[in-house]
Ligand binder design. Structure first.
Ligand code: 2E7
Ligand code: F3S
Length: 330
């Protein structure tokens, strides 16, 4: 049996463009303004990312009130309600908004449909920061639909003027089911102008679906509060993996999980640095799973530029330094 042990490694996995931008935003802010930099909520839902940034001087807070007046605050990738921007202004905070541009797009859709007086059915998980932020754009027009079983509770003012939007990190299949149930109840329900479940979420789920039927177990690297990572574990099991586990670190892997396994699938959520996946591969190799085959279902090239407010200060700083150098040389 030892000779046939192998690992299937999903690709795409790990960092998406929005996470890369958000993490870089905090890193660049630390370099530019110096520590401490305050960050409202976890910049992304990953323990390792948060503790690494803490060690570099980031201070994570739950609310703006915890940030000293006039200090710098970064808003997390999951987005914030407009009132959070207003609170920051009232405290004279310098806010840098690391909201993923694909979440900003959903906020814009919410504002537009609310302005046209639609009832908006937001499919998402109750209490998730992204859902809280999007709902804050138009609380009077938005109601949450937390999965197919919540459809029965939905009531609308005018069944001919209803649209659904969604959180970006949902299960693609479960969302299709929720929408189908909603359409049975509300045949005139409108769909969003473009997909709200983002490219990274659906690509990672596709890759897991491709490998899961051949896996005895799938290890998903990701934190417990990471919605997209949780969905990957569920998708793996639904697609045929005999078991699925969500782990932050390789050290959490239990030998009994591997005892009867021949093929182990590995993937990671959109907030997970690939070094953590490499540590999982090292751990598995030490236990006889050294043969690794990457299962690639898509290529990703999307890159987002840093928030405008940060780029502007970085540029001004670079110009000031160049002027100083020129003065020294003259
Ligand atoms: C922002 C958004 O930080 P995550 O684990 O967040 P989820 O939403 O999956 O809990 O992953 C990256 C990310 C995903 N969506 C960041 Cl809106
Ligand atoms: Fe953005 Fe999707 Fe990543 S919404 S933060 S690209 S998981």
């Amino acid at each position: 049996m030892t000779g046939s042990k192998r690992v299937l490694l999903a690709k795409p996995r790990g960092y998406c463009a929005g996470v890369d931008r958000a993490v870089q935003t905090v890193e660049e802010a630390l370099k530019l303004y110096g520590a401490p930099i305050y960050v409202r909520k976890e910049i992304v839902h990953n323990k390792h990312v948060v503790s690494t940034l803490q060690a570099k001087g980031a201070i994570f807070v739950e609310e703006n009130e915890e940030v000293p007046e006039g200090a710098i605050v970064v808003f997390s990738a999951h987005g914030v309600a407009p009132e959070v921007h207003e609170q920051a202004e009232a405290r004279s905070l310098k806010a840098i908004d690391a909201t993923c541009p694909l979440v900003t797009k959903v906020h814009q859709e919410a504002r537009r449909f609310a302005a046209e007086d639609y009832d908006i059915l937001l499919i998402g998980h109750e209490g998730h920061e992204e859902v809280v932020g999007t709902t804050g754009e138009a609380p009077a027009h938005i109601q949450l639909v937390d999965g197919p079983d919540s459809v029965d509770k939905v009531t609308v003012r005018d069944p001919s003027k209803v649209v659904w939007l969604s959180q970006t990190t949902l299960s693609v299949d479960e969302t299709l089911e929720t929408v189908a149930r909603l359409k049975t109840k509300l045949p005139l329900l409108m769909s969003p102008p473009s997909d709200d479940i983002c490219y990274a979420t659906s690509n990672r789920q596709d890759a897991v679906k491709a490998m899961a039927p051949n896996c005895d177990l799938v290890l998903v690297v990701g934190s417990q509060n990471s919605s997209n990572s949780q969905r990957l574990r569920e998708v793996a099991v639904d697609a045929g993996a005999k078991a699925g586990y969500l782990i932050d670190y390789a050290s959490e892997i239990q030998d009994e999980w591997l005892a009867d396994a021949t093929t182990v699938g590995v993937t990671s959520g959109a907030s997970v640095p690939d070094e953590l996946v490499m540590e999982v591969l090292d751990f598995l190799a030490e236990r006889g799973f050294g043969d690794v085959a990457e299962i690639t279902t898509a290529q990703e090239k999307l890159v987002f530029s840093l928030p405008q407010e940060l780029k502007r200060d970085m540029k001004a700083n670079a110009a000031a330094r160049a002027a100083e150098v020129a003065k020294t040389l003259s």
